[in-house]
Design a binder for this molecule. Structure first.
Ligand SMILES: [Fe+2]
Length: 201
């Protein structure tokens, strides 16, 4: 198995700090969504690896352009769009990588068919559809030079507003349930940590 955790760690270490953090967040949240949706172990593994690699093509594009504040020109936008095909070309140079390619190629498809390659609705590979929802959420809730950061509530509302347009309605709903569970878990952990700090110190 070529794409083991050590190899993936090495790839992530070659990313910029922003791309590394984004890839890890998208991987973590995508897996939570797939678990919530009842995907099997093999699909979840494929998703985890594909999500870590989904934006690998961006490592070939000038970081100044990726983080450019303000509106992009047509030419700049088309350069950024190439990160999906560049990423697929990079990963395609490895053996046994075909399961990850749909995630890398199609994570910018839209439910209404107005995405990068024009795939629509159920034709969009479901693992790529999960990454698409999670990718948008992480982009909205992470600091970026070109936007005001959104709260979790604002970002979830934004996803709901784009249900059936940009995103699969089903996957947005599953994502929301997954997020609520994650928040619940985090609250539980924080609560007991707080109790132990108060009692044990
Ligand atoms: Fe992307």
């Amino acid at each position: 198995m070529l794409f083991n955790s050590q190899f993936l760690k090495t790839i992530l270490e070659g990313f910029s700090d922003n791309l590394c953090a984004h890839s890890r967040n998208v991987c973590y949240l995508s897996v939570k969504v797939a678990e919530q949706a009842g995907f099997d172990k093999q699909q979840i593994k494929t998703l985890a690896i594909g999500a870590l690699l989904h934006d690998i093509g961006k490592s070939c594009i000038d970081e100044g352009l990726i983080n450019k504040p303000g509106k992009l020109t047509q030419e700049e936008f088309s350069m950024i769009r190439q990160h999906t095909s560049l990423g697929a070309t990079i990963i395609n140079s490895f053996e046994n990588c075909e399961d990850y390619l749909p995630i890398i190629l199609y994570h910018h498809e839209r439910w209404d068919g107005k995405g990068y390659y024009g795939l629509q609705g159920e034709d969009i590979p479901e693992l790529a559809g999960i990454v698409s929802v999670v990718d948008a959420f992480d982009a909205m809730t992470s600091p970026r030079p070109y936007q005001k950061i959104k709260t979790i509530t604002e970002a979830l509302k934004e996803l709901q507003n784009h249900k059936g347009l940009q995103f699969s309605p089903h996957l947005v709903d599953v994502f929301e349930i997954s997020m609520l569970n994650i928040i619940k878990d985090i609250n539980t952990v924080d609560f007991y940590q707080e109790i132990s700090r108060l009692i044990d110190e």
